[in-house]
Design a protein. Structure first.
Lengths: 114, 139
């Protein structure tokens, strides 16, 4: 699925990476624990999290995650946007809970990691 | 090629700087993106450990034609029981570290899993030294 469709389905706001919305994501992982995210080796993966800090961006950068959805109405800051831009990561904010956001995307065909 | 980075204990805003720089370098040099990912994940976990537990640290990276050797040395409290620290789920991390999304006792074992060769040495009251090796040539 294209990242732009992901943003549409969840009613999210693309905060940065508008030029990367044609890229594909096929799997999702929902976690506030970055240690667990760092153990994954899936490709074309997106992260759904309620942890809005710089370490979420760094974790995505190291793990080749191209899109992060910040659920529960969490807001990203300027430093997070800067690092995401350097690493070509799309950041999306959305109002729904992690559970709801993950559920909507699962129903739309996004696969789990396990 | 040799690179060095400093890590400051407690400064979460800088955790990941060295691994981010290493990723940029390796993307130019190493074709296999899985090797790049494994190596930068291992270094990132090590950086987070230094920030979370030590006072200061140094990252020394040597890249040659057949392997990448990363040494992460810190000045800090050291680890009393390395075997216990290596166990998944064992953690001495503070509440602050947990709020950052870490401290679940997964770091050291994940570093080992993402290395081709891994060594940990520690002296209580002095510090900890990790050696992470990634092989670039597969047989």
């Amino acid at each position: 699925m294209k990242i732009k469709e992901v943003a549409q389905i969840i009613g999210g706001k693309v905060v940065t990476g508008a030029e990367l919305l044609e890229n594909e994501v096929n799997r999702g992982f929902a976690s506030d624990l970055m240690s667990d995210v760092l153990t994954l080796d899936s490709e074309e993966l997106m992260l759904i999290t309620g942890l809005a800090n710089l370490q979420a961006i760094r974790t995505a950068e190291m793990s080749d995650i191209s899109c992060i959805i910040f659920a529960r109405n969490k807001k990203v800051n300027a430093e997070m946007i800067q690092v995401a831009e350097e690493s070509n990561i799309v950041l999306i904010e959305c109002a729904g809970s992690v559970f709801k956001t993950a559920g909507v995307l699962y129903k739309a065909g996004i696969k789990p990691v396990f | 090629m040799h690179f060095e980075f400093n890590i400051e204990g407690g400064d979460f805003s800088k955790a990941g700087f060295a691994s981010s720089q290493l990723k940029k370098i390796l993307k130019q040099l190493v074709g296999d993106h899985k090797i790049v990912k494994r190596t930068v994940v291992a270094l990132y976990e090590a950086e987070v450990n230094v920030v979370a537990h030590a006072y200061s640290g140094k990252v020394l990276i040597d890249i040659d034609t057949d392997k990448i050797i990363i040494k992460v040395k810190d000045k800090g409290p050291g680890i009393e029981d390395i075997q216990l620290a290596m166990q998944e789920g064992y953690s001495t991390a503070s509440e602050k570290v947990r709020e950052m999304g870490f401290g679940a006792g997964m770091g050291l074992s994940n570093i080992k899993n993402n290395s081709d060769d891994f060594k940990i040495e520690s002296e209580v009251g002095v510090g900890t030294k990790l050696t992470i090796i990634a092989n670039l040539k597969t047989e």
